[in-house]
Ligand binder design. Sequence first.
Ligand code: C5P
Length: 209
Amino acid sequence: MAGVMTEPFTIAVDGPAAAGKGTISKALAAQFDMGHLDTGLLYRAVGALTLAGVDPIEAARGLTAKDLERGDLRTPNVAQAASKVAVIAQVRAALIDFQRAFARRSGGAVLDGRDIGTVICPQAEVKLYVTASAEVRAQRRFLELHDKGLDVSRRQVLEDVKARDDRDMNRVEAPLRPAEDAVLLDTSELDINTAVARAIAVVENIRQG
Ligand code: C5P
């Protein structure tokens, strides 16, 4: 842990699926003793409720902490459902206040997602855009799902990653793209420790500004 902060300080970490955002964000939160919000979980919870028959807008407006604890949120079906409900403007709008409040909590916060640096927190003190080639990301996600005992094929995982990239990047509402002032971190050729060390260095540089 390096230097505890009491002022709000927001680190926005955006990028496509399985680029390493989650691991990097958790490591940054631990390093700087900040809160961490995986905003993808909000969309996954809405996606899961929608698969269970709830209207997506109602699901987003009524989302509870318990919905975020469902055991099925990390499955490929729920990931696809999440990216489908994420195109709906009213779903996104319903989730904004919670994310912004979290971002400005005292002591600082790391938020990871798709639109944190562009829409949720355009004033974030640090913006990182973490990416990697679709093939590398699909291989990582394949190993992750395989380790969890899910029966998936490499080809299917690659197709799913590409379908989600396409939906996330080409939607009208808050499309996935780097903020103009984001620092790009391509993890295709990096092991996770190196990627984390680079991200920490970016934050340190900006904090020492
Ligand atoms: O990050 P994760 O893979 O869990 O996100 C699931 C889906 O939720 C994404 O594919 C994306 O469509 C949506 N999402 C979003 N905006 C965010 C976070 C996630 O649209 N800030």
